[in-house]
Design a protein around this ligand. Sequence first.
Ligand code: PLP
Length: 397
Amino acid sequence: MCAEVIETDKKIVYMDHAATTYVAPEVMEAMLPYFSVKFGNPSSVCGIGQENKTKIDEARAKVAVAINAEPNEIYFTGGGSESDNWVLKGIAFANIRKGKHIITTVVEHHAILHAAEWLQSQGFEVTCLPVDQYGMVSPLDVEKAIRPDTILISVMYANNEVGTIQPIAEIGAIARAHGIYFHTDAVQAIGHVPIDVKAEHIDLLSLSGHKFYGPKGVGALYVRRGVRIHNLIHGGAQERRHRAGTENVPGIVGLGAAIERAVAVIPEESVRLAALRDYMISELLKLPGSHLNGHPTERLPNNVNITFEYIEGESILLHLDTFGICASTGSACNSASFESSHVLTAMGVPHEIAHGSVRFTLGEWNTETDVSYVLEKLPEIIHKLRSLSPLTPEELR
Ligand SMILES: *Cc1c(COP(=O)(O)O)cnc(C)c1O
């Protein structure tokens, strides 16, 4: 959608931070030396490598502090998808003697859903919990789904499409009471809501650098001490023998710098973004035939997801793009296909209507001026598209 962002000098309003973020300037600066002068292999005995080993451990400590874990509970990975795959496959095969049943939800990211599907093909059983009209999972449903052979419960912290924040602490308490491992995909939540793995009884947590102004292709997995999990990537002895492969030193340094600053600004930034979000939502809902997707209050401070009846989200995006506004329909993975979002479908949004959904996800550089600009352009676009569509009823023309 945003192909010509680089080549033009027109006004660009980027509101797709849930898809990815730029690398913050100070994060980039922290990373740069590790591409060049400080290129050493952390496993090497040379001074240049040893210094990098120390840097990795500093980044590890920053990730630990950000979620109230211990540094030796943090493992660096190649991103959110790898962390999610590691949890599902690693827990499944390490706990096979206890059982082969896994509980997750219908609104998870595909990194969870497709890994769970693959496990089904390997003889595991997966229960996918439903959600309510706001995309919320019920802790009661979690409890009812538990069986003697359940080995893992995986529920995302916050949804990437509609922004709904799940009752993680309650689900964590249920899992802990039943002695079942509890994983949360917190990729969208880090840097937006405070997370405490101890208080919320989280045993495993996935995060990814490029969703909070860090680099792409680097993430982390928190594994509480004592959790039985097999390795996903076999090879050398890196990451205390749990994740092989020469460390992505610049990426890890960047992830450490990014998580430190992202968590530090939560108190002010979440309030600032929530105010912009609420203003945007209330203005957009004034347009006839528009609906909010996701929870009205339990939602990420930067997520605005609206359905406009009788038009295609794709068409809205193309028109927004001509004004330099970058948003998305639901999830980045779906934007190339015309399949409707599995999240909106699970929330009961009818197929025809789900197609008219647009997701704006705000970020650090978005201001009131940006929001006003979108609010100025969007109604014109909606009006134009509706007037062109034969499906539009008279009252919406
Ligand atoms: C982006 C995202 C992922 C995947 O992370 P990558 O680092 O891009 O592999 C997983 N889960 C959620 C909720 C996400 O938003």
